[in-house]
Design a protein around this ligand. Structure first.
Ligand code: ZN
Length: 114
């Protein structure tokens, strides 16, 4: 399960930060997840829930899950378009010379502590 390993990575980061700042309780974690990052939201939420229950630091921690829209850029007509709707082909000029500009990443945006 791909999501579980990402959640474990998140927990690791949170633990590291908490240690550095002598924090004992984390209130909420905000993550930004790209539409085409391959993360399935439901699985991620489940995994996060499960990890938090086992972790004293993150018990009852809230998760804010923000989805970042995937955007592609067309090198021929210089326009951008939503990736998930049109995939690789530009909807304006039907070129295939396109690349993804956002929506692939996963990042921790904010961690709130008590
Ligand atoms: Zn185009």
């Amino acid at each position: 399960m791909h999501e579980l390993s990402i959640v474990m990575e998140v927990v690791k980061q949170v633990e590291k930060l908490a240690q550095e700042h002598h924090v004992t309780k984390v209130k909420s974690v905000t993550v930004e997840v790209g539409e085409v990052s391959g993360v399935v939201k439901d699985y991620f939420l489940d995994a996060f829930d499960w990890m938090c229950k086992k972790n004293e630091l993150m018990k009852d921690c809230e998760l804010n899950y923000i989805t970042i829209q995937a955007i592609s850029y067309c090198q021929d007509c210089k326009k951008t378009y939503p990736t998930t709707k049109y995939a690789k082909e530009c909807p304006y000029c039907h070129s295939n010379h396109t690349y993804l500009v956002s929506g692939r990443d996963f990042m921790i945006k904010e961690i709130k502590v008590i």
